[in-house]
Design a protein around this ligand. Structure first.
Ligand code: ATP
Ligand code: MG
Length: 483
């Protein structure tokens, strides 16, 4: 077989070879080539030492302790972002992993075979000489790729106790590549799972992100459970295992969360996280049993748990906030038969127009994942249509046809908090009835409100919104017994 390798990569290999060194492509790029996929990046392994590599490539950098030199490829020569930087690592072995995560010493090795032995899985331990077009495969990785198997190189127990992150990598590769984990390798993960406690949360989070963004995220989460790793990552999700629901659901909470993730149409990390976690609050709020069990307040309890989980796993603040909002609001009201434009405007005012699409995507997963025939996501398309329809209606003080200046000019009021309170009352009225959004009407109303105390105004604005919100929620929640 002939492999398609960019000229920049061939040139790099040739430079090392002509200087008398051994040089091989290795790792993900070889795995991808063997699977007829386009590699994301290119890594070489060589017997040249870092200083020797740097001498051959003036435009290179060496700033780590792992013996890796980065070669910058000029833009005119590189084909795309995949070969802008080519990494070259000196053959090495790793010794004495006393903390289950980092080798105590790194030794440069003499032979390719030694270097391949330190790698995690057979599929990642294949070397390819790009110029001689020859494969070096001491651990039968090619056969494992053909059979779609993830198998540790050497003794799996030793390999996972050396570096516990490899266990997460095994699961991540299984959901990214749709491979199965070989029996002994899986058993070794189950045996060593608790070593994951020694791994930095951030590194775990990066692998979890890749599982969630893979083509089969729910299978990945299931594999985390099967391999006994989940208890060290998101133990809260396990609370739903075996917890039955009510007549609106045929699945347990755990199964339903997984199915919601599987059927959620979004490719965004925060939305997939929200689909997975949307009912994480159910086990702790369950009352009663059988067909009529209830889960009142599980949305808000779930949002609190979600925030804790995501913060603990060091997700960036935007992801924490967005996912928490989606979990908190996933029960938003809609009902094709009787949904009113003002109800839709209230949802938008509460969650923000920019979040509606994501919220609908979570809900599609929620409905499709419920396993009951009446789960019809087309209804959500109707809701989307309604959102579109009212999206230019006023839902924010900024959308009102008057502003604070108009009020201070027309009324006797001075600029101050009372102006804001009046505008809030007016907004509440306009959300209910957009036709009231005219300058004349609003100024007229403002004149009537002017004499009221600020506390009264605030109370009116708040209670109006709250009252409606409660009406919407009560309808929604009593329908699904999830208040
Ligand atoms: P991808 O880039 O698609 O995630 P990859 O196989 O290239 O896959 P990298 O993390 O880029 O993965 O690592 C490159 C190679 O380095 C791997 O293929 C593997 O041979 C080796 N490797 C990486 N991490 C480890 C580890 N924790 N233990 C042992 N070998 C590892
Ligand atoms: Mg890689």
């Amino acid at each position: 077989m002939k492999y398609i390798i960019p000229p920049s990569v061939l040139h790099t290999g040739k430079t090392l070879l002509e200087a008398g060194f051994e040089v091989y492509l290795v790792g993900g790029c070889v795995r991808d080539l063997l699977m007829q996929k386009k590699p994301k990046d290119w890594d070489f392994t060589t017997n040249a030492l870092p200083e020797q590599i740097q001498k051959l490539f003036p435009d290179s950098f060496y700033e780590n302790t792992f013996g890796t030199v980065g070669i910058k490829v000029p833009e005119e020569i590189s084909i795309d972002s995949s070969d802008r930087i080519i990494e070259i690592t000196t053959y090495r072995t790793e010794l004495g992993y006393s903390d289950n995560r980092r080798p105590d010493h790194i030794h440069f090795a003499k032979t390719l075979k030694e270097d391949l032995l330190r790698r995690d899985f057979t599929m990642n331990a294949i070397a390819l000489s790009p110029l001689k077009n020859e494969i070096q495969d001491f651990y039968n990785g090619e056969k494992d790729i053909e059979q779609k198997i993830i198998r540790a190189v050497g003794d799996p127990n030793e390999r996972f106790s050396e570096d516990a992150l490899r266990m997460m990598r095994a699961v991540r590769f299984s959901s990214e590549l749709c491979f199965s984990i070989e029996e002994k390798t899986l058993q070794a993960i189950q045996k060593n799972a608790s070593l994951l406690k020694n791994i930095a949360k951030e590194r775990i989070r990066l692998e979890l992100e890749r599982i969630l963004l893979s083509p089969h995220p729910s299978e990945g989460i299931e594999m985390l459970e099967k391999s006994d790793l989940l208890q060290y990552i998101i133990p809260e999700l396990r609370e739903g295992i075996g917890v039955s629901q009510n007549l609106h659901h045929t699945y347990t909470v755990w199964e339903h969360n997984l199915l919601a993730l599987k059927t959620c149409p979004s490719k965004k990390l925060s939305v997939r996280l929200a689909a997975l976690l949307h009912d994480v609050g159910k086990p702790r709020t369950k009352k009663g049993d059988g067909k009529f069990a209830t889960f009142y307040n599980h949305d808000h309890v779930g949002a609190r748990i979600t925030r804790e989980i995501l913060k603990r796993l060091t997700f960036p603040r935007e992801i924490v906030e967005h996912t928490t909002l989606l979990v908190d609001q996933h029960l938003f009201y809609y009902n094709v038969e009787e949904v009113t434009e003002s109800a839709v405007r209230r949802v938008i005012a509460r969650v923000g127009l920019e979040n509606i699409k994501d919220l609908i995507d979570v809900r599609i997963g929620d409905r499709l994942g419920s396993g009951v025939p009446k789960a019809k996501p087309y209804r959500l398309r109707h809701f989307e249509y309604m959102v579109e329809k009212v999206s230019h209606d006023p839902i924010n003080v900024k959308d009102l046809k008057i502003n604070g200046n108009d009020l201070t000019q027309t009324l006797t009021l001075k600029p101050g908090p009372k102006i804001g309170a009046i505008l809030d009352v007016l907004l509440g009225e306009v959300i209910e009835d957009s036709s009231k959004n005219t300058k004349e009407f609003l100024l007229e109303r403002a004149r009537k409100l002017e004499s009221q105390e600020i506390e009264t105004l605030r109370h009116t604005a708040k209670s109006r919104i709250e009252e409606q919100r409660k009406k919407d929620e009560d309808f929604m929640k009593s329908k699904y017994w999830v208040k």
